[in-house]
Design a protein around this ligand. Structure first.
Ligand code: PLP
Length: 374
């Protein structure tokens, strides 16, 4: 099998599994207890919190564990008060977009900013959309479909100058590119463990100004009273281990992914006719490749590739089962005859040049087959 769908999820790392194992077996104490078995579990949670805080260059008190990216994103938007105004982009993940729809039903105004042909939000558009009642700006750090990295620090500067809280959905970015929350002026940041070789069903939200944040779930006092419920100790520990590993290895992982990505992109653009690369040529996630093939059905291409053991996706995993063109591909104005032939290949540093060669070979053949069947 050749796995090229790392934006959908990643393989859990051996180190993460090893780190989790004791907390699934012998150290099963409830972290809220006072005896040693519980204290050990609690210590492990706090260690993971310190690892993540250290990576983001913040303090452990600013990190809250959640069930993943969707929950972190929803939590941020739940804190917007009726009468407020939210600025976001038209290419956010549905964890943001569908929650924004709900906010609109409650009487909260939402501005969905357009993007340019590379999928980039213009910071000037953000500035020009600010109103007296704007209470939140939420722009993703990197897009999950086309990999475009957004100008987050410029937007952060605008938000800071105007005194508006700024959230970024960094689910695709954390663990893949270097992030310092102070450099980029973000107030809140969402991340998800299964996107950086940790376990599924766990993530976190960074909150700079904890006093101005309402709780998500009320109950016991877990997560500093902000997100109650007995902690998923093993998952938290696994996420911490995966985050540590990702950051320790980040430089070479980025280098390898960019090398493989550029090799794949340049050969496909050269060797397959009527294809376009979606997303920014420069400001893009190291492992992201997104092509539109003219006159090809993207889903059929995914099926043919799967028959040969190659995992790729049409659109994003979350919308792959929906009819039609994804909102991201629509937002960057991909011509209709290309749009339906969109596929995403997201690499990891575990991929090899041989895998790229085989993938290119099969892409060529399958695109030709689908075109000639029309
Ligand atoms: N935000 C982005 C940009 C994503 O890519 C995803 C998942 O694909 C999510 C949020 C949702 O994260 P999770 O699967 O942890 O709920």
């Amino acid at each position: 099998m050749i796995y090229l769908d790392n934006a959908a999820t990643t393989r859990i790392s051996y180190n993460a599994i090893q780190a989790m194992e004791p907390y699934l077996n012998e150290i099963y104490g409830n972290p809220s207890g006072v005896y040693k078995l519980s204290r050990q579990a609690k210590e492990a949670i706090e260690e993971a919190r310190e690892i993540i805080a250290g990576i983001l260059k913040t303090n452990p008190e600013n990190i809250f564990f959640t069930s993943g990216g969707t929950e972190s994103d929803n939590w941020v938007l739940d804190n917007v008060e009726v009468g407020g105004h939210v600025i976001t982009s038209s290419i956010e993940h549905h964890a943001i977009l569908n929650k924004c729809k709900q906010l609109e039903e409650k009487g909260i105004e939402v501005t969905y900013l357009p993007v340019d042909k590379w999928g980039r939000v213009d910071p000037k558009d953000v500035e020009n959309s600010i109103k007296d009642n704007t209470s939140l700006i939420s722009i993703m750090m990197a897009n999950n479909e086309i990999g475009t990295i957004e100008p987050i620090s410029e937007i952060g500067m605008i938000a800071k100058k105007k005194g508006i809280r700024f959230h970024t959905d960094a689910v695709q970015a954390f663990g893949h590119i270097f992030i310092d929350v102070n450099d980029i002026n973000v107030d809140m940041l969402s991340a998800s463990s299964h996107k950086f070789n940790g376990p599924k069903g766990i993530g976190f939200l960074y909150v700079r100004d904890v006093d101005n944040m309402g709780p998500l779930i009320l109950g016991g006092g877990q997560e500093m009273g902000m997100r109650a419920g007995t902690e998923n100790v093993a998952n938290i520990v696994g996420m911490g281990a995966a985050a540590k590993e990702a950051y320790e290895e980040m430089r070479w992982r980025i280098k390898k992914e960019i090398y493989l990505r550029n090799y794949l992109i340049s050969r496909v653009l050269r060797e397959i006719p009527r294809v376009r690369l979606n997303g920014s040529p420069n400001s893009r996630l190291p492992g992201n490749v997104n092509f539109s093939f003219e006159g090809v059905d993207g889903t059929s291409l995914v099926v043919l590739m799967d028959n040969e053991g190659i995992c790729i996706s049409a659109g994003s995993a979350c919308s792959a089962d929906k009819e039609g063109v994804s909102h991201v591909i629509e937002a960057i104005d991909v011509p209709e005859n290309f749009a339906f032939g969109t596929v995403r290949l997201t690499l990891s540093s575990e991929n090899t040049l041989e895998e790229m060669n085989f993938t290119i070979h099969r892409l060529k053949e399958n695109v030709r087959k689908l075109r000639s069947a029309r």
